[in-house]
Design a protein around this ligand. Structure first.
Ligand SMILES: [Ca+2]
Ligand SMILES: [Ca+2]
Length: 86
């Protein structure tokens, strides 16, 4: 899921809705982990926690749509950082 949407600009709403399984308008760590493990070979357990914290800007333990939007708008920066670590 994450990989499928990474190259597109405005699909963060679709992405958010896809991973917010219970439609609570926030994505908790379990939902995020499920989405990541389901779709992404790129993310291991350690990275899931790291990426979740990147999304969870205010550190309240869930990701809301504004946080998703923020990360997608900054995704180029994140991708650059990832490439540097790799
Ligand atoms: Ca939810
Ligand atoms: Ca949050």
């Amino acid at each position: 899921m994450i990989g499928a949407f990474a190259g597109q600009e405005t699909n963060w709403v679709e992405f958010f809705n896809a991973i917010d399984v219970d439609k609570s308008n926030d994505v908790n760590f379990e939902e995020f982990q499920t989405a990541a493990q389901d779709r992404a070979t790129m993310i291991n357990q350690t990275n899931i926690e790291h990426v979740f914290k990147l999304f969870d800007k205010n550190g309240d333990g869930s990701i809301d749509i504004d946080e998703i939007k923020s990360v997608f708008q900054n995704k180029m920066e994140l991708q650059n950082n990832k490439e540097k670590r790799a």
